[in-house]
Design a protein around this ligand. Sequence first.
Ligand code: C2O
Ligand code: CU
Ligand code: CU
Length: 513
Amino acid sequence: MNNKLEKFVDALPIPETLKPSRKNKNEAYYEVQMTEFRQKLHRDLRPTRLWGYNGQFPGPVIDVNRGEPIHVKWKNKLPDKHFLPIDKSFHDLAKLPEVRTVTHLHGGESQPESDGYPEAWYTRNFRYTGPQFKTKVYHYSNHQQGATLWYHDHAMGITRLNVYAGLAGIYIIRDEQEERLKLPSGEYEIPLIMMDRSFNDDGELFYPPQPDDPQENWPNPSIRPFFIGETNVVNGKIWPYVEVEPRKYRFRILNAANTRAYQLFLDSGQSFYQIGSDGGLMRRTVKLDNLAVEPAERFDVIIDFSKHEGETVTLKNDLGQDANPDDQTDDVMQFKVTLPLTSMDRSRIPRYLKRIPSLSENKVKRIRNLKLIGSTDKLGRPLLLLDNKKWMDPVTETPELGSTEVWSFVNCTNFTHPIHIHLIQFQVVDRQPFDLDRYSEEGSIIFTGSAKPPHPNEKSWKDTVAAPAGEITRVIARFGPFSGDYVWHCHILEHEDYDMMRPMRVIDTDKRE
Ligand code: C2O
Ligand code: CU
Ligand code: CU
């Protein structure tokens, strides 16, 4: 594998903004094609085979205003064969077409038929599994507050491969309230879509092979429910650099990696000023030296380069003390403060950003205790489950439309899982540690400390939360504004595909058949 690539030799690409193909007075219509293509990811690599939206990796930015609904037609123009190794032995997936896609708007409050239900996949020839989802033209109402969302593939059983191949992009909702804050904008507002990838010497993407016959090839050490790449890729370049002016910039950071959680810091010792999280602006700006970004989380931050003229600032990833000294993923990208200041920086870092009501005032209709559990399937392969159930088991999470619930994620594994719920934005209530050893020996939850409040940068709207090992992480949400079939899952894509995903049905009690 190719891990001798020189760092910081490619300029950071700024993903293009998607233009509507039609527009009438109250609605814009977009068309997006999923295709296979080659793109140069590093100066010294041959162009890599990828899948992407409209021929771009990552996909184009969909940039909309709050309250302006859009339609997007997501067309599958991909070949019939996957170029990454497919595990056919799992989930009876052999019966399904190898190349199937369905697009999910992560963090979006979408109607069920536009949410990208994993079984609502379709192929190039437009075939469906589920009768309840009959369209590939999705409607996004964009009624929620300004936020950095993202869209990515969500097809049953192969989300990890489709996203790894390149099917992911950013989706921005803007609102007037945010506009008034005078945050850095225009060319001083840059999305940073981070992920890790490994490459073969010929420049092609490397993903660990999967056995066709698990009985023969198991145990195969390369089949583990996680993937960690050897290089960091930002906006489609490996270890890029970007030239900046000595002024403030706003970066919308998205962790689009399959498994990797980033621990970001700046080698200049500078702080990040975090202004937003998954669901939009936070109540107030939080100054941080380290950002712990789990897969699928978004961190909206301001970095001020005004005192660093002429310097080079590296965005680094803290790999922890146990890291292999040869691991090169401790670097992410570089900022070169070499551009002259073109005009006075009038942008601000406001202290107070937004009023956010606290959901803890609401009447809680239901509390659900949901265990995150490690298990094995009948062939002895590792499986991770939510509350001991598989995807195919009947739906058990059925909140009533408009009701408020508390979900407690009891993490009985020895790994942090980023848990994501579709449709809603939630608030983190607290985390409480329990004795993991006693749990594995006798199955009992014995608390070892009192409940800790959420981190300062979690006091806002979130759709993905870090649920650390040996802790109960509680979130509170109001389920709506739509009823119907959605999902909740771990956002480590290797976990999601290997059964750490469950259906969720929001029930409208007024309409119940
Ligand atoms: Cu980002 Cu269900 O996903
Ligand atoms: Cu989602
Ligand atoms: Cu997980």
